[in-house]
Design a protein around this ligand. Sequence first.
Ligand SMILES: C[S@@+](CC[C@H](N)C(=O)[O-])C[C@H]1O[C@@H](n2cnc3c(N)ncnc32)[C@H](O)[C@@H]1O
Length: 235
Amino acid sequence: MDQNLKKYLPPGLLLCEEKGVLKLCVQKDCPEFVGENFSPLWLDFVGQWKYHQSSLKAKTKEPLFKAIAGKLKKNTEVLDATCGLGGDSLLMLFLGFRVCSIERNPVVFSLLENAKKRALEHGDNSLVQAMGNWQIFLGEACEYFEKEGVGEGVIFLDPMYPEQKRKKALSSKEMRMLKYLLGESSDDQKLVQYFLRMSGKKLVVKRPLKGERVIDGVDHSVSGKSTRYDIYFAR
Ligand SMILES: C[S@@+](CC[C@H](N)C(=O)[O-])C[C@H]1O[C@@H](n2cnc3c(N)ncnc32)[C@H](O)[C@@H]1O
């Protein structure tokens, strides 16, 4: 493990490497999860690729695809400005978009990088080809955008969902580990406002189905069973 990453780990979380797989582990004495057992968190892009392969056509009817695609051609670039564990980036990638993802947390970024490396080593041509259409950068989304811009594409944002007391018990252990690792985020509104003001691109913001809008001015929404995508057209 890169020793520099230690300073980004809150008490009781540990990064370890097992047979080339980087894993985020909860130690027994972790003050946040006293008396609970957690499996290590690691990313498996090969597994996700196999899973999506069997149902890609059906996925084009899903709200994420409808929200992103509109009249866009496949192969258009999507900027996933809040990559997280990469689930949404991967789905967009496997649906045929080119994806550029930004993640600001170095621990999360190292899990992504490690999983991408293992996916490239897997050797399957179509997986390697898909991975070639995915770039992942470590950094602040706004800073990246100021330097690099975004081509003809769409911007996708999935800020951390607000803590809902009623739903807390239902959060997956993976999500609880992630929230503990990342801490509270207070700049989600600023992020959405920034991209709306500066990008001149269509913005898609992922929210819980009944969650509040991050900012007003939504032009259109696409809803699924538990998620809503708020769309802001280029201003
Ligand atoms: C809710 S998670 C995204 C989950 C992701 N859509 C998925 O499918 O796994 C939000 C992520 O965005 C990152 N993030 C939040 N604000 C950011 C910013 N301004 N720049 C870059 N990354 C950011 C956080 O570190 C976190 O990992």
